[in-house]
Design a protein around this ligand. Structure first.
Ligand code: ATP
Ligand code: MG
Length: 218
């Protein structure tokens, strides 16, 4: 039995819109927990984060965990803590658009801007969250092109549907780091960092529509 309380776990690259999404859609209903809000020199941020989430859940407050949370290593303790409190765990999945993230990150200033290498390191770790991985629900979040967000519940990609990345539509291109309109022949747009990943054989450099989902956790 659940308490009706929820832990929202954001999963996405840096500069994918997670914090803006929280402000627009969840603030007021969820208490924000983010390592980005801890003092710079704070020790053991992971333990501090888990303690905060624990305290909020114990008080019956829904919590949103706004970090990149790229893989089961980060999710699983949060999912388990939610369930231990009788709460649900909902993943908010921000599909990777590495070119866009690098561009938006480059436009940021001060502490908000992270080294490109940090974005690429997260990309390598990033896995798509799923109910098989323990989440009670998964929602996919995309920019809506008007400064807001589109949120859809999984499962999203029935084969052949307009949302299927294999259809090479704008969404699929974005997920593979392609500029809308770039053809499969020309391949993904190339920042030096993305080219570097491609040379190393990372899926970012593969053409969309290949039957390989690099973010599939199965
Ligand atoms: N809905 C939106 N539509 C278009 N651009 C957006 C939208 N939301 C955010 N952005 C742009 O994306 C940038 C990154 O957003 P945000 O800081 O929310 O990302 P983040 O995923 O929280 O990044 P980080 O993981 O580094 O904290 C913003 O500076 C803004 O320029
Ligand atoms: Mg943020």
């Amino acid at each position: 039995m659940t308490t009706g309380t929820d832990v929202a776990v954001f999963v996405g690259l840096q500069a994918s819109g997670k914090s803006t999404f929280f402000d627009q859609r969840l603030s007021g209903r969820y208490t924000l927990v983010s390592k980005d809000l801890f003092p710079r020199g704070a020790r053991n941020k992971q333990r501090r984060q888990m303690r905060l989430v624990d305290e909020h859940l114990a008080a019956g407050r829904p919590v949103a965990v706004d970090n990149t949370n790229p893989s089961p290593r980060e999710w699983t303790p949060l999912v388990e803590l939610a369930h231990a409190h009788g709460a649900t765990a909902t993943a908010y999945w921000f599909p990777p658009d590495v070119t866009g993230s690098l561009r938006r990150n480059a436009a940021r200033e001060g502490r908000a801007r992270v080294p490109d290498a940090g974005v690429l390191a997260t990309l390598r770790q990033l896995r798509k969250p799923s109910t098989e991985a323990g989440f009670d629900a998964v929602r996919e979040v995309r920019f809506d092109g008007r400064g807001g967000f589109e949120v859809r519940a999984e499962p999203l990609h029935a084969p052949g549907s307009p949302d299927d990345p294999a259809d090479h539509g704008a969404a699929g291109q974005a997920a593979f780091g392609m500029r809308a309109g770039a053809s499969a022949r020309t391949g993904p747009t190339s920042s030096p960092a993305v080219r570097c990943l491609r040379r190393k054989g990372h899926p970012t450099g593969k053409r969309p529509g290949r039957p390989v989902d690099p973010f599939d956790t199965r």
